[in-house]
Each structure stands twice: as structure tokens, then as C-alpha cells.
Design a binder for this molecule. Structure first.
Ligand code: ADP
Length: 456
């Protein structure tokens, strides 16, 4: 057991604030880092202490300054670092450096990051654990990829082995597109992720994206907190998430959740993580693991009552899941209650190709009421939205006893929001959550890209 006294969050925006809140409730002092561009960012003022990081570096690189962050930690008696999502959250070298310096990294061990940072390795572990994976293959040459496509049939998808965030993927619908797509995928992978290694998978038509939230302590206890449906995606990036999945049969839910636990157990995984699957009819296929907190963890918290970020911290301190502070004595203790939905409200203009907007927020009024949760980084009247970072403005989550009531709350809240001075995707989100297919639970990952009326 090791009590954390002071925790640095190596991140910015809403997730930094989310972690500060968890720390404060656990009586842990909080430390922010901020780039020069973020010197007026809200997360800086939400921490007990704040330090400038990455001087002279570009806005994103500032938050990737491993040695700069370690230095701040060493100079200020920081005993733990939470990496949030994105930035250094899956960086093996960072996790190792924390370990070398005796700083607790609130996440899995570097050994697990190594497995799950590489989609090819992760697939191998899934196969070993007897979990179905999408038919696929590591490929080095055009001939190999052509052979694969001839065997399993088009369409196929080429992915960067080290890819993430919906980037570095290319769908190929017939052989004539193959050469070009392969070359581009490789060079994109190289420039975006530092490795030109790619692999190829059968492209599933109209699957659902279903992912399972896992919590594992350092004493061999592991549970799942059920699933989220993240099929509402634009260009492979999640926009609206639902928990639990609507219309998923109890039998399929059990098989998917059991597979997720089995995989994570087989790798000796600890802390919070998510196992992602594509689901087609009654079949499900592993795609990847996100070994970190995810943007959409909020809705799982709403339906289980479990504070996942607090659990991450307590697990890092050495608590077992069974300890009353976490309170999960067995899988049966994790109870589903109602439905929750999260909308990612961004400063993007849906009528103009989702172009990010920047400037000052002149008016900001939120929704609210029973069953509503708002997680925000820099959303308030007078805030200035800069072009340097991702365009997530806030996460709006609603909870209801039934899916219909969660939707009704979401619609009402989206309508209540007034944000002036900057464009947001709220009108688009209103269209999504009122669409008959969404209401019927009949969405798949192609829903947004094939439903033009959502953009009107
Ligand atoms: P990333 O790590 O970039 O998020 P993922 O492998 O998790 O990439 O895939 C993101 C999304 O891309 C999935 O949710 C799905 O919509 C789509 N996708 C990925 N692989 C396939 C596939 N084999 N068939 C169909 N869609 C896929």
C-alpha cells in the first residue's frame, strides 16, 4: 500500500479537471501542467498547484515533454501521475520513466502498454485467449495483401499497427484501389505513428462498436462494468455513446463481457481499461484494447454508480477491488441501473464540414436537472477557444431509468444549451438523438456517414 499525497495530471481540459475532482474527494493534493498556449486554460486554475511545461515547444508537444513533466514531479514532491487519455497515456517510455523515478503511474504497467499499444500484438493475445478476431493478417508487401484480399474478399481495411484515434485506416473496396491505398497507409502510418508497420483486416459491413469497461486490481481481482455502444461515429471517431447497449441479448452481452475479462486476465492487466469489439448479428470480433481511461467512461459511472477514476487511483495505491472504498467484492456487485447517453459537444461547425471554430464564447448557458452530468474543460462565458488542441468543448451525459427517458433528457438538455460566439455541433447532435434509427437502437458504425439528413 502506498498513499498518494500529491498527484500531477499530465493532461489538459476536461479530463484533467475530472481527475482533479476525484483526487480532491480522496484528499489528494492536485497539480496541473499547462503549455504557454494554455496559460489561461481553466484546468490550470482547478488544481492546487500549476506549472508551465514544455517551454519553447509546440502546443501539443508541450504535453508530450516526458522529461519536463518528470522534472516538475521530482521538484515538487509529486508521488503519482495520472495521464488522462491521449497525449502520454499509452506511452511506454513515459510509464517506464515514472517507474524508474519511483512515481506511481496511474494506469497499467509498461508491459501491458507494450502489448496493447501494438494492434498486431494485441490480436495475438486475443487469439491465444480464444477470442474471435476479425480475419486479418500482418502484411509487408503488396502481394501479401492482394493474396489476403483474394482469400477473404473485398472490402478490406488497412490499419496502422500503432494507430489510434480513428486515424491511419483505409478501406479498400476493390483491387484497383489496392496499390495506392497500401502505399498511402504505410506512409501515413510512418509519419503519424513513427512506424510504417500495417496490417489488414476484412472490412465488416455495418457492424456495431461495442466495448467493455474493465477494472482490475493488483491482487488478481478483475471485473467488467458492462458495455458501451459507441456506434455513432463520424469517420471512425465516436460522437455519441450509450450504456448499456440497447437491444443486446443477455446471452451475447455475457459472451462479450466474459471475453473481455478473459483477455485482460490473460495479460496480467491492472487498473482501468477497455476492450473494443465489432458486433455483427450474433457474432463479435475483438479489435483493440484502450489501456487507459476513455472519454466515454462517464456513462458507465452513471449506470453502475462506480467512480472509475477514483477506482484507478485506489488501485494504484494498492487497494483491492473488494475494499469498501471501491466496493466490488465480486462481479455480482456490479449492478446495471437504467441507461446513460453521452454527447461530445465540440466547437465544430456541422454545416461546414465540421470545421473547428475558434474565438470567444460570448454567452454560455447550460441545461441541467435530475440525471444530467456535464464535464467541461474550457466552457464558460468569456472563454477563448484556441485552434491548438482538439475541439471537445464539453461532454453532456444524461441518465434515465429507460433508454427513452435518457434520450428525452438528452434532447431537452441539448435544446436548453445556449452557446454564442462560437459554432458548436449541438444542432447535429439534436438530429442524431431524435433520429428514428437511433431511437430504435438500430444504429451501426456507418449510420452518421450514410445519413445526410443529420447534417441539415
Ligand atoms: P482506432 O484505434 O483508431 O480507434 P479501431 O481499430 O478502434 O481504431 O477502429 C475504430 C473504428 O473503425 C471502429 O469502431 C469501426 O467503426 C471502424 N473499424 C475498424 N476496424 C474495422 C473493420 N475490420 N471492419 C469495419 N469497421 C472497422
Amino acid at each position: 500500500m502506498r498513499k498518494i499525497n500529491k498527484c500531477l495530471v499530465a493532461n489538459r481540459g476536461e479530463i484533467a479537471i475530472r481527475v482533479f475532482r476525484a483526487c480532491t474527494e480522496l484528499n489528494i493534493r492536485t497539480v496541473a501542467i499547462y503549455s504557454k498556449e494554455d496559460s489561461r486554460s481553466y484546468h490550470r486554475y482547478k488544481a492546487d498547484e500549476a506549472y508551465l511545461v514544455g517551454e519553447g515547444k509546440k502546443p501539443i508537444e508541450a504535453y508530450l515533454d516526458i522529461e519536463g513533466i518528470i522534472k516538475i514531479a521530482k521538484e515538487n514532491e509529486i508521488d503519482a501521475i495520472h495521464p488522462g487519455y491521449g497525449f502520454l497515456s499509452e506511452n511506454i517510455q513515459f510509464a517506464r520513466r515514472c517507474r524508474e523515478e519511483g512515481i506511481l503511474f496511474i494506469g497499467p504497467e509498461p508491459e501491458q502498454l507494450e502489448i496493447f499499444g501494438d494492434k498486431v500484438k494485441a490480436r495475438k493475445y486475443a487469439e491465444k485467449a480464444n477470442i474471435p478476431v476479425v480475419p486479418g493478417k500482418e502484411v509487408q508487401t503488396l502481394e501479401e495483401i492482394r493474396d489476403f484480399a483474394r482469400d477473404c474478399g473485398y472490402p478490406i481495411i488497412i490499419k496502422a499497427a500503432l494507430g489510434g484515434g480513428g486515424r491511419g485506416m483505409r478501406i479498400v473496396r476493390d483491387e484497383s484501389e489496392l496499390k495506392d491505398a497500401f502505399e498511402r497507409a504505410k506512409s501515413e502510418a510512418k509519419s503519424a505513428f513513427g512506424s510504417g508497420e500495417v496490417y489488414v483486416e476484412k472490412y465488416l459491413e455495418k457492424p456495431k462498436h461495442i466495448e467493455v469497461q474493465i477494472l482490475a486490481d493488483r491482487h488478481g481481482n478483475i471485473v467488467h462494468l458492462y458495455e458501451r455502444d459507441c456506434s455513432v461515429q463520424r469517420r471512425h471517431q465516436k460522437i455519441v455513446e450509450i450504456a448499456p447497449a440497447v437491444k443486446l441479448s443477455p446471452e451475447l452481452r455475457r459472451r462479450i463481457c466474459d471475453s473481455a475479462v478473459r483477455l485482460m486476465r490473460s495479460t496480467g492487466y491492472t487498473n482501468a481499461g477497455t476492450v473494443e469489439f465489432l458486433v455483427s448479428g450474433n457474432d463479435f470480433y475483438f479489435i483493440e484494447v484502450n489501456p487507459r481511461i476513455q472519454v466515454e467512461h462517464t456513462i458507465t459511472e452513471l449506470i453502475t454508480g462506480i467512480d472509475i477514476v477514483q477506482a484507478q487511483i485506489l488501485i494504484a495505491e494498492g487497494y483491492t477491488l473488494k475494499n469498501e472504498k471501491i466496493g466490488i467484492r465480486s462481479q455480482e456487485d456490479v449492478k446495471l441501473n437504467g441507461y446513460a447517453i453521452q454527447c461530445r459537444i465540440t466547437t465544430e461547425d456541422p454545416l461546414n464540414g465540421f470545421l473547428p471554430d475558434t474565438g470567444r464564447i460570448n454567452a454560455y448557458r447550460t441545461g441541467g436537472g435530475f440525471g444530467v452530468r456535464i464535464d467541461t474543460g474550457n466552457a464558460y462565458q468569456g472563454a477563448v477557444i484556441t485552434p491548438y488542441y482538439d475541439s471537445l468543448l464539453l461532454k453532456l451525459s444524461t441518465w434515465g431509468l429507460t433508454f427513452e427517458s435518457a434520450v428525452a433528457k438528452m434532447v431537452r438538455n441539448l435544446q436548453e444549451f445556449r452557446i454564442r460566439g462560437i459554432k458548436t455541433n449541438i444542432p447535429f447532435l439534436e438530429n442524431v438523438v431524435q433520429h428514428p434509427k437511433f431511437l430504435a437502437g438500430e444504429i451501426d458504425t456507418t449510420f452518421v456517414d450514410t445519413t445526410p439528413e443529420l447534417f441539415e
